[in-house]
Design a protein around this ligand. Sequence first.
Ligand code: UDP
Ligand code: MG
Length: 312
Amino acid sequence: MQPKLLSLIIPVYYEEEVLPTSYQRMDSVMRSIGLPYEILYINDGSRDGTMRILRDLAKAHPEVKVFSFSRNFGHQIAVTCGMDHAKGDAMIIIDADLQDPPELIPKMVQMWQEGADIVYGKRLQRKGETLFKKLTAAVYYRVLSSMSAYPIPLDTGDFRLLDRKVANVFLKMREKARFLRGMSAWMGFEAVPLEYVREERAAGHTKYTLKKMLSLAADGILNFSATPLELPLFFGVALGVLGVLGAIAMIVCTAVFGTACPQWLWLAVGFSFLLAVLFGFQGIQGFYLGRMYDELKDRPLYILAEELNTDR
Ligand code: UDP
Ligand code: MG
């Protein structure tokens, strides 16, 4: 039997400062595992010296494969490109900046050999990140998991190992707005956390601008929760209840007390009912839209984790 091949997938965007050290550390860790490996670099449209370094690496080391985008397509797409081209029996996704320590990879591989389909890095602590980033990330992941139908583990990033069978399902999901950690949660499989302390960037600065972060955050919520689309229905129902209460108040004051209702109550009840109908129908449209969106994403109906006594 052929020994298992490992594929290390590394998206890079303006990483000339960190790449040389990063390659050295990644390569020596991969070598220490004792299995054949390939390292796939995806240049996500960097215009600095990144490509020059990658060309030199590829020339010197046949196991280094390089894919270079025509422009910046974004981190999640770069990782997808790496997975498209990886040949390994397991794929490990890691950032170039050494924030996720490559020294954890042998442990991930061991957990995979012991049967885990997905081993995901779970951040116990994030060093060298701004309080703003830590705080927004902590709140975001908690909001997301409360909204998502498929629990996305808290405090995880894209640092993870995927078995080939998981990666194959992944590659069938061609949705354009990609939120990999959510897709991974949606797929299921035997996912095991590996806790670690996220280090400071070894060199350079973050390539995730606020705009990129917000857009990723939006992809996470919009792709994994239909709640925002359905919200108007809840407003509609709440306003309907308010309208009914107002109507009861009107009946009580005319029938029981025999006094004329104040003008504003008529108006308030009328408005409540009108808005209840509008919001209600908008919410119902949201349900249909959510369904259409689901159909458009065209994810597989089901995913087999195992088959026994079948012909295949
Ligand atoms: N990256 C990328 N395309 C982008 C932004 C980032 O390929 O548009 C890469 C980057 O080179 C790094 C990884 O994605 O290897 C994570 O980016 P970064 O470290 O800047 O994000 P942070 O850790 O600050 O969230
Ligand atoms: Mg980083």
